[in-house]
Design a protein around this ligand. Structure first.
Ligand code: IMP
Length: 194
């Protein structure tokens, strides 16, 4: 059993990655290693924020680890919310508020194409590696489904007629941005003395 530290406090993400990695891996979160402070994402890119979190854990706690940052990039909005995806509707707002603002900003747009982009930063054996996973799709005109989290009720992956929230975790974990980046992570750690 390999133990990996995942620099996140988001239990949804930790569960998704643990499921994708399979039974040979146990994923520990920040809480599990006693890191209770909030690591502020202050960089202007997904890559920068992913590295910032992984470096923080390595420097302060000594663990080899990985972290990830995900953004929703909407073509008609020039790639926004992108790095601002988590706090799109402002600080202290929740996923519903973010979705509400996104649908409002797309009201008059005919091009609803969008993609989720995940960057995973891995620090292992003092080496830093960046891995990318992309899931192309479009934004629905209203919310559908109850599964998943975040923007899942309005994201329709390409090739499907339903949102991530309707498709359920088995389908999502096969085709998602995080699944694709995690597949690369798995490949990399198989080839590394983690
Ligand atoms: P962060 O990577 O934790 O900064 O998350 C960025 C934002 O993207 C948050 O608002 C999440 O809810 C959202 N997000 C990240 N991954 C997903 C996903 O798989 N589905 C829907 N929303 C997501």
């Amino acid at each position: 059993m390999h133990v990996l530290v995942f620099a996140t406090n988001n239990p949804h993400k930790a569960r998704e990655i643990e499921q994708i990695l399979g039974p040979n891996f146990q994923v520990k979160t920040l809480k599990d290693i006693g890191c209770l402070e909030d690591i502020e994402e202050t960089e202007p890119t997904l890559e920068g924020n992913a590295l910032l979190k992984a470096r923080y854990v390595k420097e302060k706690y000594g663990y080899d680890c990985f972290s990830e940052d995900t953004g929703l990039e909407v073509a008609a909005l020039g790639g926004e919310p992108g790095v601002h995806t988590a706090r799109y509707a402002g600080p202290g707002r929740d996923a519903d508020d973010n979705i509400h603002l996104l649908l409002k900003n797309l009201e008059s747009e005919s091009d609803r194409s969008a993609r989720f982009r995940t960057i995973i930063a891995l620090i292992s054996d003092r080496q830093e590696t960046l891995l990318e996973g992309i899931c192309e799709g479009s934004i629905a005109t209203e919310k559908h489904g109850t599964g998943g989290f975040g923007y899942d009720p309005v994201f329709i992956p390409s090739g499907y007629d339903a949102t991530f929230a309707e498709l359920g975790e088995d389908v999502k974990n096969t085709i998602s941005h995080r699944a694709r980046a995690t597949a690369k992570l798995l490949e990399t750690i198989r080839n590394t003395a983690f």
